[in-house]
Design a protein around this ligand. Structure first.
Ligand code: ATP
Ligand code: MG
Length: 553
């Protein structure tokens, strides 16, 4: 049986152990999981952990994974988010096949089940305001107090609930609550709210409804309707599990899902709260949900992070039952590791300084062979144009170098990668005394970058031909926050890194980069990993830095 092989290979964490045992014991015939986002924002790297787990186990154990939108609050949910979530799950490399579902598909059934609870005397319409309900809920150490409306008759409750549905009351005028136990040690049992009045158009059901189920009332029942076998969620829902089980026990649901909780992903220097991310977008602190500084999947994609690296990172992090904080350096490592193996090398000069090679024939040029990927011969070579005027990196030259500076300075010889040895004769300065160009000579005998007489140089520089290079804008992204635990003092906006983005214009890149594709990582030699910006309709060449070549540069 295919399942058996999968079971043996995949038992790597407690969730997989549970699934393997359930399949082995025959408690279930096949597993069904789901990823249940609320479409009130974009997905982030934390969601990727949940996606990787739910879709991953379904794949490994020969089951299936549903994508279900928990679209129960039209006041906060938008079609834009629904579309973005689908795009990002696909980008990560997962496929829900025919199993695209919405909590809103079940609104009618959930409503019937609410009436069913009313009929059993297990739910009532409460006229208290939201504030009153909150105030009478009690605390962890003190019991709550009963609502004055708690003992309405089933008939009255049914009548009022139907009138809520019919739109007779304003937002917040009434709610439907479960009637469980206001003194329960588990606050979730203190008569949780099942339905709220929200007069707002829903992206899918339009204005058919003006009452909406709470997340708690919709979630477990949606799982039951979809015959989810393992409802995997994060630890903060552990205390909700008894409530979900209570609903399942009291309603004629078609199946009984089991919930298992795992630790959410936390990352240093990163905020993974949708509420805070929404604030950053709304206040314009970042340039939208897909700003490359955002931990959203859309932001990571635009920054040039490959989906394979995200999946590899998720795999490295693993699945545990205790909360912890992962060092963002581990994420960067996964990204560098992938790009180092995959990215083609190109030359780009970020802060150009012109070099005139005085003994190179005027008006002439030539093409030199450059290696696309040093560790992978099959990636081949390309031709890079060379001429009398080139650009090098401004900080590869120093007029009065300190002892340890081995790159270009007056009288010093260096190698131009794939080209020639050049020697600096003099620095040309403007009226303000700033170096604006260098006058150099080259040794025609060193074509390809080696001297026949065996003499050595101490540095190899990247460069581009001034006549052939393309102009580009290059955006250098740095961490969005200055401290590993942003917001620990209360306000995350105080921890925003003022240098999280540096935009360089007038950069020069080799002509082959004209065809660079968004989403395909490139290594700019000696500079880092970059990718073309995916801004739709952009004609200018823009590159985003994914990461520098090494940690902390
Ligand atoms: P909120 O519910 O506050 O809007 P959320 O991040 O929980 O925010 P959901 O859309 O409910 O958003 O999340 C969908 C799924 O992703 C949930 O099952 C949730 O447990 C999981 N998830 C969210 N954040 C993380 C995280 N940091 N690590 C792992 N899983 C996460
Ligand atoms: Mg949530």
């Amino acid at each position: 049986m295919a399942n058996e092989t999968a079971v043996r290979e995949a038992g790597r964490d407690f969730i997989r152990d549970i699934i393997a045992a359930d399949l082995e014991s025959g408690r279930i015939a096949a597993i069904v999981t789901r990823f249940p986002p609320e479409p009130n924002g974009y997905l982030h790297i934390g969601h990727a952990k949940s996606i990787g787990l739910n879709f991953g186990v379904a794949e490994e154990f020969g089951g299936c994974c549903h994508l279900r939108f928990d679209d129960t609050n039209p006041a906060k949910e938008e079609q834009e988010y629904i579309d973005a979530i689908k795009r990002d799950v696909r980008w990560l490399g997962f496929d829900w096949g025919e199993h695209l579902h919405h909590a809103s598909d079940y609104f009618e059934r959930l409503y019937e089940w609410a009436e069913c609870l009313i009929g059993q005397g297990k739910a009532y319409v409460d006229d208290q305001s939201q504030e009153q309900i909150r105030a009478s809920r009690g605390t962890l150490t003190e019991p709550g107090t009963d609502s004055p409306w708690r003992n309405r008759s089933a008939g009255d409750n049914l009548d009022l609930f139907r009138r809520m549905r019919a739109g007779e009351f304003a937002n917040g005028a009434r709610v439907l609550r479960a009637k469980i136990d206001m003194a329960s040690g588990n606050i979730n049992f203190r008569d949780p709210v099942l339905y709220r009045i929200i007069h707002a158009a829903h992206p899918r059901t339009g204005t058919s409804w003006c009452i909406y189920p709470s997340y708690d009332f919709a979630h477990g029942q949606s799982d039951a309707i979809e015959h989810i076998t393992h409802s995997i969620c994060t630890l903060e829902f552990e205390d909700h599990r008894p409530l979900y089980d209570w609903f399942i026990a009291n309603l004629p649901v078609p199946s009984r899902p089991h919930q298992y909780e795992f630790a959410r992903l936390n990352l240093t220097y990163t905020v993974l709260s949708k509420r805070v991310l929404t604030e950053l977008v709304r206040r314009g602190i970042v340039d939208g949900w897909d700003d490359p500084r955002m931990p959203t999947l859309a932001g990571l994609r635009r920054r040039g992070v490959p989906p394979e690296a995200v999946r590899e990172f998720i795999r490295m992090v693993g699945v545990a039952k205790a909360n912890s904080i992962v060092d963002v350096a581990m994420f960067d490592h996964a990204v560098r590791d992938h790009l180092n193996r995959r990215a083609l090398r190109r030359m780009a000069v970020l802060r150009p300084l012109k070099v005139v090679i005085e003994n190179y024939p005027e008006g002439a040029d030539e093409e030199l062979a450059a290696i696309n990927k040093p560790e992978d011969e099959s990636a081949g070579t390309r031709r890079v144009p060379f001429g009398r005027e080139i650009f090098i990196e401004r900080d590869d030259f120093m007029e009065n170098p300190p002892k340890k500076f081995f790159r270009l300075s007056p009288g010093r010889e260096v190698r131009l990668r794939y080209a020639y040895f050049i020697k600096c004769r003099e620095a040309v300065k403007n009226a303000a005394g700033e170096v604006v160009a260098l006058r150099c000579t080259y040794d025609p005998e060193t074509r390809g970058g080696n001297a026949p007489d065996g003499r050595k140089v101490q540095a190899t520089l990247h460069w581009v031909s001034a006549a052939h290079a393309l102009e580009a804008e290059i955006r250098l992204y740095n961490p969005l926050f200055t401290r590993p635990d942003p917001g620990a003092d209360g306000d995350v906006t105080r921890d925003i890194n003022p240098n999280s983005l540096e935009v360089l214009s007038g950069c020069r890149v080799e002509p082959a980069l004209e065809d660079a594709q968004a989403g395909v990582g490139i290594q700019f030699e000696r500079q880092g990993y970059f990718c073309r910006d995916e801004a739709p309709g952009a004609t200018a060449l823009i590159f985003n830095r994914t990461l520098s070549l090494r940690e902390s540069k």
